[in-house]
Design a protein around this ligand. Sequence first.
Ligand SMILES: [Ca+2]
Ligand SMILES: [Ca+2]
Ligand SMILES: [Ca+2]
Ligand SMILES: [Zn+2]
Length: 288
Amino acid sequence: MKKYLIYYIKARAKFFRIFIREELNLKLKKAVLTLSLGLSLTLVPSLSYAQDTSPKQAPQIEILPKADKKFIKKNSKPAVVEADTTAKILNENGKVIGKKSFKSNKKSVNTEMKSLAATRTVTVLAVADEEYRAKYSDWQSRIQNIIERADNAFNRDHAIDFQVKAIAQWSSQGGSSSQILQDVGRDFDGYGYDFVAGFTGDRNFTAGGIAYVYNSAPSGSALSVNLDQGSATSSAAQHEFSHNFGLPHDAQGSGIRCIMNYDYSYSVDYWDAEHDAEIEQHEYWYGN
Ligand SMILES: [Ca+2]
Ligand SMILES: [Ca+2]
Ligand SMILES: [Ca+2]
Ligand SMILES: [Zn+2]
């Protein structure tokens, strides 16, 4: 509890510092004038700090390395689909070209989850790039299935159900993982889904996954992209969705068992206590 409080205070302090810095940036030009007219000396250090050109409000980007081969299995268990869902199928321009329905299999697949009802539902637009689609003719149900596997722990531990409400053809063009993350935002942000999750087979995408770590609810969709890594892809997707909820990493080598620790990202599906608390604190960012 104490640990959590300290963490919370730190996070608030950080937020406040950023806020102050931005306020000062905005007012800097005017402030320079008034400064010469005799502002208190105590303001001078923070004003000079305000002159640094650190990006404003830009969420941080985090890159997850690829999985070790031993975590990539040939076959994985079918995902638990918590609720019947119909997804729109969109083309690269976002035009609706069809729909696809997915039946819940919650009762038949997993007894552990039978009794759990989601208290929060969040919507996902899942998109697959040209390389991914060329590789898998069943790409639509494949990426839906990955998300349905990635949200199992969110359902189990936080009663948050991710529902794939749209599936789209997407074109990845960037020359790096972070540029490809930008591609997905350029093409599919603004459609009103809580999350846009990209799936890629592009060789310029050298990460296992990449996402924005938001400091507060994003104004549009929360964005992430995952490399096709077979059965390990859903672990990356869960890790990246967690970043979208504002979760940072655990220190590597710390022994902390959490999907946000690179040492365990592909081998556990749960979060440590601090990160559980953070998801609870931020869950209102998405869905209802
Ligand atoms: Ca699921
Ligand atoms: Ca679900
Ligand atoms: Ca591409
Ligand atoms: Zn990460």
